[in-house]
Design a binder for this molecule. Structure first.
Ligand SMILES: Cc1ncc(COP(=O)(O)O)c(C=O)c1O
Length: 465
């Protein structure tokens, strides 16, 4: 439908000439990701998870077939080989983020696992303070439970309704307050997992200069942007690898700035995290490096696949991915927003800034009927599923964005939460009488014009209804 002779496609190339500069990604898709088109998938959930190339699987499988691996950190040959390949991946990660020398890289199960380490180990106490961006994944927000349990105070710094960017004035106010606090942690996402908004990375240095430690959640940013830790130096960074190159799942990392390493107080010890421990007396010595936070046996069979994945991205060049994502996002913002019913009412509202320099390739939106009423996202999702289009709907583990978009007052939330022992989406909607949730589409690594144009065609089926 969108072959190279197609007029729509030709016009697209004329309007977005930068797309042609990323042609290699089309070749790559044909060669390495042909399963997408063979099974006629329109994949628009790159923020949920990226897709892997065939060669990543083949290379990993080849290593597993050819070698014999034992549990690492022993002197026997199979163990030594496992250790060697895991350390090669660790080194590749530090290289990829330009973090050599200054950061430790801790293997974790995913970004949430990385964030949990910070929750457990940051020295929260009665005199400490946790500042959270209202735009945060639940896995960052949940750190407040660790803070509260240790008597720490916390609060959220708001986002602006009109563009979903952090309200800078309010942020500065918060950063300038709490001068009496001892350990101050500011946690925000480099890119929103819902709105795609890129929050300024300059906030890191600014906060640090005001005495804050900074936790940067880079899970949604790293897949299509260069994260250079020589340029920006957050104290802690959370990453999930399947979001960057699709395979393997179950692995992430926490990057810890070396000068903040000893600030983290590990609440227990486990196998692999100590240099020495006694059972007869109450004493142990923790490992002086990343191993302190890697509990038990690491995922030594999958970790070598991280190096393969990073090499894959390096070959493509992250800048090419950024360029393609930016081009397609630009096209979507322009073309989806202008869809109108015959009576002139808009079909789609995309939340957040429409400036492609302030955002990545994740778009959160609602569909409206010709009377201006929201079409339930469940209906849109069902119809997308029927067309093999993978989108995502709901609140995306980020209630701050949803509560902002629907302007839900705290008083209503408090009423609901204090009246219910167990909560769920439908019950809350019924209780508050307000619809919640939206539709999210996201582009990435091998997205192409066909994907987004197919989504537009799909959206048009809701016109005049
Ligand atoms: C910005 C952000 N932070 C954290 C997470 C949690 O990642 P994971 O589910 O891999 O632990 C996600 C997942 O979508 C995310 O997008």
């Amino acid at each position: 439908m969108f072959n190279r002779k197609n007029n729509q496609y030709k016009q697209f190339l004329k309007d977005y000439p930068q797309y042609n500069e990323t042609k290699n990604l089309d070749k790559l898709r044909k060669k390495e990701y042909k399963r997408i088109d063979q099974k006629k998938h329109v994949y628009l959930d790159y923020t949920g998870g990226n897709l892997y190339a065939e060669s990543q699987i083949n290379k990993h499988l080849e290593i597993l077939k050819q070698e014999t691996f034992g549990n690492p950190h022993s002197t026997n040959p199979t163990s030594q080989l496992a250790t060697k390949l895991c350390e090669e991946s660790r080194s590749a990660i530090l290289d990829f983020f330009n973090a050599k020398d200054e950061y430790f890289c801790v293997f974790t199960p995913n970004a949430s696992g990385s964030l949990k380490i910070i929750g457990e180990s940051y020295p929260f106490c009665k005199e400490s303070f946790l500042l959270l961006s209202l735009d945060n994944h639940n896995s960052v927000s949940g750190i407040r439970e660790f803070a509260k349990n240790k008597g720490s105070k916390f609060c959220y710094t708001p986002i602006q309704t009109e563009d979903l960017k952090l309200d800078e004035k309010e942020l500065l106010k918060h950063l300038d307050s709490h001068s009496e606090s001892k350990n101050k942690l500011f946690a925000f996402p480099a890119q929103s997992n819902v709105s795609g908004i890129k929050h300024p990375l300059e906030y890191i240095k600014l906060a640090q200069e005001k005495g804050w430690d900074v936790l940067l959640d880079a899970a949604a940013f790293a897949p299509s942007n260069r994260l250079d830790l020589k340029e920006i130096k957050p104290d802690f960074v959370s990453i999930s690898f399947y979001k960057i190159f699709g395979y393997p799942t179950g692995l992430g990392c926490l990057l810890i700035k070396k000068d903040k390493f000893n600030k983290l107080i590990k609440p227990w010890y486990a196998g692999g995290t100590v240099t020495l421990a006694s059972s007869t007396i109450d004493a142990h010595y923790l490992q002086p490096n990343h191993e302190r936070f890697e509990e038990g046996t690491i995922n030594y069979l999958d970790i070598p696949a991280i190096k393969i994945g990073l090499e894959h991205i390096k070959n493509i060049k992250i800048e090419n991915i950024s360029k393609r994502v930016k081009t397609l996002t630009h096209w979507m913002l322009e073309n989806l927003s202008q869809l109108k019913h015959k009576n002139g009412k808009k079909l789609i509202h995309i939340f957040g800034s429409h400036d492609v320099n302030e955002r990545g390739g994740t778009l959160v939106m609602n569909f409206y009927n010709q009377n201006g009423e929201i079409i339930p996202f469940q209906q849109v999702e069902k119809e997308a599923n029927n067309r093999n289009i993978s989108i995502r709907t709901g609140c995306f583990c980020n209630p701050g964005i949803d509560e902002t978009n629907y302007a839900i007052p705290s008083s209503e939330l408090e009423k609901y939460f204090s009246n219910h022992k167990i909560g769920n989406y439908t019950e809350m909607v019924n209780f508050t009488g307000k619809l919640r949730g939206s539709i999210r589409i996201s582009v990435g690594l091998v997205s192409n014009y066909e994907d987004v144009a197919t989504f537009k065609n799909f959206a048009e089926t809701f016109l005049d209804k």
